[in-house]
Write a protein that binds this ligand. Structure first.
Ligand SMILES: [Mn+2]
Length: 336
């Protein structure tokens, strides 16, 4: 099960792949999950005799053990035991920490405004006395593939946008950011910006003027997250995909022609797709017969979820495994 496209990040050969969603600094939970799946640490690296891990991005931010999480994931990737794709939080970290070129309004690619600074606070605090190590991880983030694709399945952090991925392959001959695309990625309207928005943040619909959503995470938002698998959506309620509900009666608000046109669609006949990003809750389940979301909000006392893929053409919910993050358990990740 290996990809052979020359510029694509090589997926190591394996009997199967264990796809793990957003970790956000929950290193203890990650170790428990790996242990439960018969991975063991040898020579400093977690390994399985037959299987490899695919991490879906968002290793950093929010949680208590970000440095330990990066160390674990990075060591597995370096040893060929895992592959990791880029999440929006790695992209944020990269742009937040990269000085802007001449002529930019801000000193860094991502402005150090209070909202951005709040989002990366825990990560920077935990690396305060390990700056050299943080610099290594930033260099590594730049090399992370933005997606994975084999004959059997696909992986992306938020949304599969086939057109953008083909453009990246054909025009840039890569599956990662380039220096040029990294700068573009903070310039609205550019290809680099739209590429990173779709692949790592997903698509959004703007709320009507004057309406805001006050999220459970303390941030307020003027847009809501949409999914990309409704066959013929008619209303906002048909496409919303986030933990916070729409205010008032907006669930029934009809989608405009333009909004419909901008929504992506991943066909049920396409190969299985694995995503993270969306703060799912409850018991892990397939979102469609060929799409599995693996972000079950570990860092918000949810679950760290994994899908154990072994080459099946039809995804099967019984292949989910997970660790619940218990508020009361003293050694779990929510007790710093
Ligand atoms: Mn995330």
């Amino acid at each position: 099960m290996a990809t052979n496209k020359p510029f694509q990040s090589q997926l190591p050969e394996a009997a199967g792949y264990d796809l793990i969603g957003d970790i956000h600094g929950c290193a203890h939970t990650l170790k428990r999950l790996l242990f439960q799946m018969d991975y063991r640490k040898s020579n400093g690296v977690w390994r399985h005799p037959e299987r490899k891990v695919i991490f879906l991005g968002d290793i950093v931010d929010r949680g208590p053990r970000i440095r330990e999480s990066l160390e674990l994931v990075y060591s597995m990737v370096q040893a060929g035991e895992a592959v990791c794709i880029m999440g929006n939080h790695e992209h944020n970290a990269l742009t937040y920490c990269t000085p802007a070129p001449e002529g930019f309004a801000d000193d860094y690619l991502r402005s150090h405004n209070p909202r951005h600074t709040r989002l990366i606070k825990e990560t920077l605090e935990q690396f305060e006395t390990a700056q050299d190590e943080w610099a290594i991880y930033l260099d590594w983030f730049k090399t992370l593939p933005l997606y994975l694709e084999t004959d059997q399945f696909r992986v992306v952090h938020a949304t599969w946008n086939d057109r953008f991925i083909r453009t990246l392959q054909e025009h840039y001959q890569t599956d990662t950011l380039t220096d040029e695309l990294l700068i573009e990625s903070v310039q609205p309207e550019s290809f680099g910006f739209r590429l990173m928005e779709h692949l790592t943040r997903g698509s959004h619909i703007r709320l009507p003027d004057g309406v805001q959503i006050y999220g459970g995470d303390g941030f307020s938002r003027r847009t809501f997250r949409t999914h990309f698998w409704a066959e013929d959506p008619a209303t906002y309620g048909d496409v919303i995909f986030q933990p916070d509900n729409l205010p008032g009666c907006l669930e029934d608000q009809p989608l405009t022609a333009l909004e419909k046109e901008q929504l992506l669609y991943y066909s049920r006949h396409d190969r299985p797709l694995f995503i993270g990003h969306y703060w799912c809750e409850g018991v892990p389940a397939l979102v469609t017969p060929n799409i599995a979301c693996l972000d079950y909000s570990a860092v918000k006392y949810g679950k760290l979820a994994c899908y154990r893929f072994s080459g099946e053409t039809q995804l099967d919910a019984s292949n989910f495994v997970w660790i619940s993050v218990d508020r009361d358990w003293t050694s779990n990740d929510t007790s710093v």
